[in-house]
Design a protein around this ligand. Structure first.
Ligand code: RNT
Ligand code: ZN
Length: 417
């Protein structure tokens, strides 16, 4: 134990905070890391299908993972630089079909067997997502709410297949797999009929979700969006749509931090939404202007989100998933930066002298509440974070970057597109 850490413990004690408890709790919270940061949401279906449906990745940093084995190796390196419990979050387009062309409605658990075995050997849970984009049948921007019933049925079949895959993952790994539905459906310009696509989406979701699967294996979630590139005027799956749908059907709601008005924070939604839905999935991300998916950093939004989870004591009903993609910087570093930021925010929230703030508030002493908020900001959080990394055998401070750089030289730089 280092002297600075000992001093930090004393300082936190003075505020009535138990540092050991906070560190252990911070390490135990699973963070679901998304596969798609590693390869710019490309997947392994092959063919000429470009990333579409409003998902845009900018940058051309060399060394993108081109195969499942490369993605797994990259992720292992990134994961080794991040303390605490982790899960891995896959999209359907990362199926391994051994060169066979298997369309999305025909995917089966066996196409994810290698991912399952790999996750098991690393003791990571798996999460899953049907992929309603980058496909000829999504080319006009509509999937589950399409006006053509044949296209709708195709996507319903994809959703059903994905639920079975997710349940198989949950069963194999002994931890429920969060299966999150996001669709791109929407109009670039002013719609005439806002109602019919939403009615079609409701009916399609009812179909897709009709098969009863054990809650020990799968947690169904639905994700809203305010607007996307190419769906600026209208998105079928809006927040109101999915909030209502999740409440009515008692499934999980996904709140993506980048999917609301820029001044809206998902932190303030958590305590409301959890009154009505059984489970919440967070897509932790960082919106910048029109992009909803910048790499997560420790900022006020992230801290407020972590504080809400800790203060409300609702972590057992919330799954934390990351959702960002940046191809302009080293992709492994993006994973490490974003996930370490999330873990730091959780630690900081656990170290917060919340009871003092609460006490002041209960007494109506808002002066003391604000004074405590401000003064506690400069407690030695960094010392505790360093100690947490040291105990987890993870590089401290920026030292992790040396390992990413070495991997870049040894592995990434040899990859030619
Ligand atoms: C898109 C949604 C969705 C995707 C991933 C790839 O706006 O945020 O979660 O980012 O499914
Ligand atoms: Zn998302």
């Amino acid at each position: 134990m280092s002297d600075p850490f000992r001093l930090a413990v004393t300082q936190f004690e003075d505020w009535g905070v138990d540092v050991e408890r906070a560190m252990n709790a911070a390490l135990a919270i699973p963070i679901s890391m998304h596969c798609w940061q590693g390869d710019d949401v490309t997947g392994f279906e092959g063919g000429s299908q470009q990333l579409g449906n409003g998902l845009a990745v900018t940058g051309n940093y060399p060394g993108r993972a081109r195969t499942p084995d490369e993605l797994r190796a990259d992720f292992e390196l990134a994961a080794s630089l991040i303390p605490g419990a982790k899960r891995f979050n896959l999209h359907a387009l990362y199926a391994e079909t051994d060169g066979q062309r298997v369309d999305r409605d025909a995917l089966e658990p066996r196409h994810f067997q290698r991912w399952i075995d790999w996750a098991k050997s690393n003791q990571w849970g798996l999460d899953f997502n049907p992929s309603f984009f980058s496909h000829p049948k999504a080319a006009d921007g509509f999937t589950l709410s399409h006006r053509d019933p044949a296209i709708r049925d195709f996507w319903v079949a994809h959703g059903i297949a994905c639920r079975r895959i997710a349940a198989a993952m949950g069963a194999a790994l002994g931890t429920p797999c969060v299966n999150n539905i996001w669709i791109p459906d929407g109009y670039k310009d002013i719609p005439a009929d806002r109602k019919a696509p939403r009615e079609r989406l409701q009916a399609a979701l009812d179909n897709l979700l009709s098969e009863a699967l054990p809650s020990a294996q799968i947690t169904d979630a639905v994700e809203s969006k305010l607007f996307g590139i190419g769906s600026e005027s209208y998105v079928v799956g809006s927040h109101e749509f999915y909030l209502g749908y999740a409440i009515k059907n008692k499934i999980a709601l996904c709140l993506d931090a980048g999917h609301f008005h820029p001044t809206e924070s998902i932190a303030d939604k958590i305590s409301s939404v959890l009154l009505w839905v059984p489970h919440l999935l967070l897509h932790v991300s960082r919106g910048v202007r029109w992009d909803s998916d910048h790499v997560v950093i420790v900022n006020d939004d992230l801290l407020a989100t972590a504080q809400e989870l800790v203060r409300g004591g609702t972590l057992d009903r919330v799954s934390i998933g990351l959702d960002f993609f940046d191809a302009s910087i080293n992709r492994l570093a993006a994973w490490v930066i974003g996930t370490r930021a999330m873990r730091k925010a959780l630690l900081f929230a656990l170290l917060e002298p919340y009871h003092l703030l609460q006490e002041a508030e209960h007494e109506g002493d808002y002066t003391r509440r604000l004074a405590c908020i401000e003064e506690s900001k400069l407690l030695p959080y960094g010392m505790v974070w360093d100690e947490l990394c040291r105990r987890s055998d993870i590089p401290i401070g920026r030292a992790w970057l040396d390992e990413v750089r070495a991997y870049e030289t040894r592995v990434l730089s040899t990859r030619k597109e």
